[in-house]
Ligand binder design. Sequence first.
Ligand SMILES: *[C@@H]1O[C@H](CO)[C@@H](O)[C@H](O)[C@H]1NC(C)=O
Ligand SMILES: *[C@@H]1O[C@H](CO)[C@@H](O)[C@H](O)[C@H]1NC(C)=O
Ligand SMILES: *[C@@H]1O[C@H](CO)[C@@H](O)[C@H](O)[C@H]1NC(C)=O
Ligand SMILES: *[C@@H]1O[C@H](CO)[C@@H](O)[C@H](O)[C@H]1NC(C)=O
Ligand SMILES: *[C@@H]1O[C@H](CO)[C@@H](O)[C@H](O)[C@H]1NC(C)=O
Ligand SMILES: *[C@@H]1O[C@H](CO)[C@@H](O)[C@H](O)[C@H]1NC(C)=O
Ligand SMILES: *[C@@H]1O[C@H](CO)[C@@H](O)[C@H](O)[C@H]1NC(C)=O
Length: 926
Amino acid sequence: MKILHCYPFIFIFIFILPISSASDPFSEALLTLKSELFDPSNVLNSWVIPQDQNPSPKIHACSWTGIKCNQNSTKIIALDLSLKNLSGVLSGNQFNQLVDLIDLNISHNSFSGKLPIGSFNLSSLNSLDISRNNFSGDFPIGISNLGNLMVLDAFSNSFSGSLPPDVCEIASLKVVNFAGSYFSGPIPGAYGSCKNLDFLHLAGNLLSGYLPVQFGQLKTVTHMEIGYNSYQGSIPWQFGNMSELQYLDIAGANLSGSIPTELGKLDKLDTLFLFRNSLSGMIPVELGNISTLSSLDLSDNLLSGPIPDSFSNLKNLKLLSVMYNDMNGSVPEGIAKLPSLESLLIWDNFFGGTLPQELGKHSKLKWVDVSTNDFVGVIPPDICSGGQLSRLMLFSNYFSGGLSSISNCSSLVRIRLEDNLFSGDISLDFKILSDVSYVDLSGNRLTGGIPDDIFHSLNLEHFSVSNNPNLGGILPEKTWSLPVLHNFSASSCNISGNFPEFPFCKSLSFIELSGNHLSGNIPESISLCENLETVNFAENNLSGEIPVKLGSLMKLKFVNLSYNDLSGSIPMGNTFKSMDTSSFLGNPNLCGTPLVRLCHHGNGISEGMELGSRRNHKVAWVLVLCAVVVILSGFLFGIFYYRRRNANRHWKMVSFGGLSELTAADVLKSFNSIDSVETLYSSNSVCKAVLLSGMTIIVRKIEWGTKSSNLLIDFITQIGNLRHKNLIRLLGFCYNKNLGYLLYEYLPNGNLDEKIGIKRDWGSKHRLVINIAKGLCFLHHDCHPAIPHGDLKASNIAFDENMEPCLAEFEFKTISAMETGEYKGLMDHDLKDDIFDFGELVLEILTNGRRKNAGISIHKTPKDVLLKEIYNDNEVSASSSSSLSSKSIQEEIKLVLEVVLRCTTSKQSDRPSMEDVLKILSGLKP
Ligand SMILES: *[C@@H]1O[C@H](CO)[C@@H](O)[C@H](O)[C@H]1NC(C)=O
Ligand SMILES: *[C@@H]1O[C@H](CO)[C@@H](O)[C@H](O)[C@H]1NC(C)=O
Ligand SMILES: *[C@@H]1O[C@H](CO)[C@@H](O)[C@H](O)[C@H]1NC(C)=O
Ligand SMILES: *[C@@H]1O[C@H](CO)[C@@H](O)[C@H](O)[C@H]1NC(C)=O
Ligand SMILES: *[C@@H]1O[C@H](CO)[C@@H](O)[C@H](O)[C@H]1NC(C)=O
Ligand SMILES: *[C@@H]1O[C@H](CO)[C@@H](O)[C@H](O)[C@H]1NC(C)=O
Ligand SMILES: *[C@@H]1O[C@H](CO)[C@@H](O)[C@H](O)[C@H]1NC(C)=O
């Protein structure tokens, strides 16, 4: 109805108003302006000229929305159309009538097209605010006509081209804001000549080039934001001459070089943000002279060395962030004495020693993040005494001792202590920690069980204590009644006893309790947890049947119930059907899909895998196929004969799709026509064979004891079901009680080790690295449980017919461990070892094989030396005059080297995950 209501208005405005001509030229001009606007909210409905007007010197428009006139209404001095949902392209033709305007504000609308050059005829303007629109194209030349302008705000538009060079010809100008457009090219040096400038904001454009040294002459600027552009070179030391500066932000601006010591002269500075650049060298001691400094963020650079002792003078410092650099040393005691300090963010560096023991005693700390460093010692006893500490991040260090200093810290919201050496009881008083929402204590040496009073944590969303091998105890009775609990993990904690009921668990989505000694049934009530996505109860002593309704929880994506003592049939629910077999392995009394063990009509288990007589005919062919493969692999000939006579009936064949198209005839013919058998790799249990069908395959023999065979068969089945273009495919598998033959696809183009010295252009090298990463990432992140490669090296990278790299032998480490009975389940460090190997391999590729198996020793070579070497290896010149393409190659090489260095750090927990590696390689920050 509203819409219908609007039509008469539009009709009047467009067709009637222009006819009533006997009005003043100012109002006429505004009506013309209005006719150019699209006004969907009809906010300009007051812009009409009454029909029965008397001639008057006064301007009609003075009573209109957004118009301000002088006292006797003879001049329009301000036009404020801000925040009015207006859009359209302005011609600017009317502005010649509005030359008395002092303030023009059309901000917060959706105007588009070019900024009308007519606006530069409004020579009385003090302020021009066109911010938050969508003006585009070049910013027109001529702004300097506005000789009285003080405020020029063009924030957040779509301007492109270079910044207008003439703004500083306006001596009165105080505020310049060109941030948030697509301006490109360098900042004009002339911007250094703004005489009275107070505020300069150019951030978030596409500006490039060197920062102008002329900024040193800006003696009146108090606030300057020029970050989120991509400049070249370093911060000019002349910036230290901008003596009135209070706020300086050049974050995310590709700056390199060191931080000029001259910045220490900026003795009015309150905020200094230089994060996300490539600044290197040490933090200048002189910054400690800026006693006014309240926020200092130098994070995400390449800074080295310690936090200067002089920072103890920064009595106003609230925020100190140097996270994600290469800094080392210990945190100066003086930092703990800073009376204003609220946030200490120094994670991901190489800091060591103990934290200052007085930390928290002298200021009201809110946020402490010192994670991923090499700190030792205990949590400072007063860390919480300011009563405001809400986030405490200490993870991935070597902290030890107990948790008593934070037991009663009621302000805490996030506690992350994982991956340290904390010991003793989990002495967190959950009655007092009522705001806490995230607690991670995993990977420590805590004991004494999960506290009974955890049910008091009404805001707890995430709780993890996994991998505290001596934690012990039972699952507290009311654990599952926590109202917002989302994630609960306590794997490998030596927890025993039964599951508590799940009376109320609507928010629960992730439960991980693998590798404990839980016994009894899985309560039926688990199916009330309708938001469950991940359930991992593997490797416990759970018995009884799987609750039927668990199988039909809609959101369930991942279940692992393997290696328990569950029995009966796997519920038929849709959710379980799509699960991998590995979810149910190791429960000898469990049957049904997706296990190969079929259920009888009762819940008994049939010998589904055994060869029933009615299938004997078909099976015979399968056996022949197995036999063929065995024969093909020449050296096994004798064994085959022996087996065929004696154990033939017990051979089984599993095809994973790749061999299913072979007909019996093919198989028979191939039987007689082996022309090439050749030993591959160093291992003599692997050989290549050519079938008559034209198909070449690789055959690998494995042997096992009866004990490990189920484990192995299950694992091999998992492998056979993997599909990824950067993994060699397992086509089939035939086996009997004692041994089996794995049948792989054969890749014709050799391996990376043979080809490492071949000259590749950078593009194909980069692709090679990324594709290897993709294969490994798949094993680590898309397989459940993850599959560690275990032996990643150049000779295990084969090339397919398109010269795409494929990982080979990726299952063999696990299989060998299973063969010898040493398999202990997936270990996190296996994955981290892979990542180390990946780092080494990538370096080998980068250096055409020159640096092979470099190990952690590469960290002894300075990065720039390494980089220079690698530029040479790849024939990109490191000189500054090199071409654009070789510059972008250099950037990519830098990135890849960064990956190498991070993957090969000696501390496992510092190595990135393969997912992160892929992200970095694709140019994204993880
Ligand atoms: C309006 O006021 C200004 C001074 O404020 C004066 O100069 C001008 O003559 C006045 N005009 C009329 C029409 O009253
Ligand atoms: C602009 O439009 C939005 C939604 O269309 C509306 O909520 C808002 O009130 C409008 N603003 C004005 C000033 O009319
Ligand atoms: C323009 O209008 C907006 C919104 O009303 C306001 O926030 C802004 O300060 C105005 N600009 C100037 C320069 O006064
Ligand atoms: C601006 O003013 C000048 C001189 O008064 C005039 O020649 C020009 O046409 C005006 N520009 C616009 C776009 O109105
Ligand atoms: C802004 O203008 C540009 C160029 O005219 C256009 O491509 C873009 O879609 C516009 N954006 C919005 C949000 O209207
Ligand atoms: C980043 O800075 C470096 C070093 O000054 C320079 O070589 C490179 O061209 C810059 N990158 C971009 C995208 O401007
Ligand atoms: C910087 O300021 C000092 C004094 O404050 C002056 O001597 C020097 O010439 C200035 N340098 C530049 C480049 O402006």
